[in-house]
Design a protein around this ligand. Structure first.
Ligand code: ADP
Ligand code: MG
Length: 530
């Protein structure tokens, strides 16, 4: 009996094997889909331009604000960048009242957000706030305040938006239980700014931020030395990544203004939708069932094999399959079966094992992390988390093996995405010994045992990376990414505006100079003034 449990477990874990050849095929396809997305709209990798055209190097200084509207909480913070890769962060967090998530008008929600910003300023930056109010009253400026007295604010907004400027983007649709119809199609930065202005707060919404871009910026600021980070990656509830691309590779049209002088732009890949068409991604019966029963079948196919929200569900379906095998005795009391002819399940009726999304991926981390010979902590967790009572060591081992196989496949798939971007960037070949830096955030990469090591291991067998290349790639966890990252993007935006003002002045000067000289510049003559 025990033997067949071992064999059946092996049969399942074998289906999650993602071989070296698979990894290399995945990389080729990822590169193809990346480049397709740089050329056209409506491809599976969206490759969204973010209008962020540079990454910080750790020397940035100043006081900025950031807000983060997630699914459940609203975070307001101020970040003091010390200019030496360190920062001081102050924040308030409030739960978003349920009724505001389905408010009649967007004004109600955004008015609430502005009010929270006001409370935060009064609590933590009263001097600045009061000074601003005084200045404002005596100011002769048409807006009633002077630009230099404003807090520049980065707005992390975790809903789908079509961005058309560094601080402009219209809401495509609400998700995560929000439903305020009149906000659809509106510029969310303008909605927030209007409410901020009604309260006369010294705050300018300077940047609209995706969490992957925030992670990239935060890591680039905090990374040791002068290294500039290439990728910001999220492995949490969902998965996604943003990276620095050469503007020459971005061939589809980009609306609006952006700073072209760096030659680079951060691209939000939306890699959760990589290979929705299933050209190369693996698909077990468990993956298929998960997708069919999801709210969005056929999309976010890569995410459904990689991120925290889904790994637990894949594991649940695989374990349930074992459990339902009549010939096996997984989590069933074989003795009572002999005694009264009735199988007395040792799994409680209300167990998450029998409910969609009933197994949280954090339990997989506990399973894989339990290295005791009798798997005592895992068996305790199985009981408290899944009502699986007095599981044997063999049964717990089967659970652990399955959790390991699913997590390992996820890590190797993550290596496909990250490795492809490293190759696309050319950074391994353009420099000889500099490291290639990746910032990562999310509970999966932070807590699943050896998740990063399994990624490095897969990098080694990718043809265009190899062992030497893999040694040069560093993945660092970006702490407080949404706050620090958004603040840094606000800084970039403020600098951009300054540059633009300079450019406009330069153009004016240039035009005046030409008028004075009464000449049209000859071909090849420079028309820009430094
Ligand atoms: P968010 O994505 O909302 O920013 P997190 O990064 O914390 O939040 O990710 C939450 C996801 O990570 C959930 O799907 C949860 O199941 C999963 N998760 C939480 N803790 C762990 C853990 N210790 N190991 C693996 N997955 C985890
Ligand atoms: Mg997150």
């Amino acid at each position: 009996m025990a033997k067949s449990l071992v064999e059946e477990t092996k049969r399942i874990t074998a289906q999650f094997e993602y071989t070296d050849d698979d990894v290399n095929r995945g990389v080729l396809e990822f590169l193809r889909q990346m480049n397709e997305g740089l050329q056209n709209d409506g491809t599976s990798l969206s490759q969204i331009p973010t209008y962020v055209t540079g990454v910080p190097n750790g020397t940035e200084k100043g006081l900025y604000m950031a807000v983060d509207l997630g699914g459940t909480n609203f975070r307001v913070c101020s970040v003091h960048l010390n200019g030496d890769s360190t920062f001081d962060l102050t924040y308030n967090k409030v739960a978003i009242p349920k009724e505001l998530m389905v408010a009649k008008t967007s004004k109600e929600l955004f008015g609430f957000l502005a009010k929270q910003i006001e409370l935060f300023l009064k609590e933590h930056h009263e001097e600045h706030f009061e000074a601003h109010q005084r200045r404002r009253k005596s100011s002769k400026a048409p807006e009633g305040y002077e630009t230099e007295n404003l807090f520049q604010l980065g707005f992390t907004f975790s809903f789908p938006v079509q961005q058309f400027g560094i601080n402009k983007g219209s809401l495509i649709r609400w998700t995560k239980g929000f439903d305020i119809p009149d906000a659809i199609g509106k510029d969310v930065c303008a909605l927030l700014q209007e409410e901020i202005d009604l309260l006369h707060l010294p705050v300018k919404v300077a940047a609209l931020v995706n969490d992957t871009v925030g992670t990239l910026m935060a890591r680039s600021y905090a990374a040791p030395g002068k290294t500039s980070t290439l990728i910001g990656a999220i492995f949490g509830t969902g998965t996604n990544g943003a990276y620095v691309e050469k503007i020459t590779n971005l061939q589809k049209s980009v609306d609006g203004d952006y700073n072209k002088s760096t030659g680079e732009m951060v691209i939000n890949t939306e890699w959760g939708s990589f290979d929705n068409q299933l050209n190369v991604l693996p698909s077990t019966p468990y993956d298929k069932k998960l997708d069919q029963d999801s709210v969005n079948p056929g999309i976010q196919i890569f995410e459904k094999r990689v991120s925290g929200m889904f790994l637990g569900e894949i594991a649940r379906l695989a374990i349930l399959d074992l459990y339902e095998k009549p010939t096996l005795s997984l989590f069933k009391d074989a003795n009572s079966n002999n005694n009264d002819g009735k199988a007395t399940s040792r799994v409680g009726e209300g167990s998450g094992l029998f409910q969609q999304w009933g197994l949280d991926s954090s339990l997989m981390s506990i399973a894989v992390g339990d290295t005791t010979p009798d798997l005592s902590s895992l068996r305790k967790e199985l009981e408290s988390e899944l009502q699986i009572r007095s599981a044997s060591v063999e049964e717990a081992q089967a659970f652990k093996d399955i959790a390991y196989a699913i997590g390992r496949r996820a890590a190797r798939l993550s290596a496909v995405a990250l490795g492809s971007i490293v190759i696309q960037s050319g950074r391994l070949t353009e420099t000889k010994d500099e490291s290639v830096d990746i910032g990562a955030d999310g509970s999966l990469v932070e807590y699943y045992p050896s998740f990063r090591d399994m990624i490095y291991e897969a990098f080694k067998i990718i043809k265009d990376i190899g062992a030497e290349g893999a040694d040069r790639i560093k993945i660092g966890i970006a702490k407080d990414g949404s706050g620090v990252g958004a603040a840094l993007i606000a800084l970039v935006a403020a600098n951009m505006e300054e540059e633009e003002t300079k450019d406009t002045l330069a153009a004016l000067k240039n035009a005046t100079a030409q008028k004075l000289a009464g000449a049209i510049p000859s071909v090849g003559a420079s028309t820009t003034l430094a």
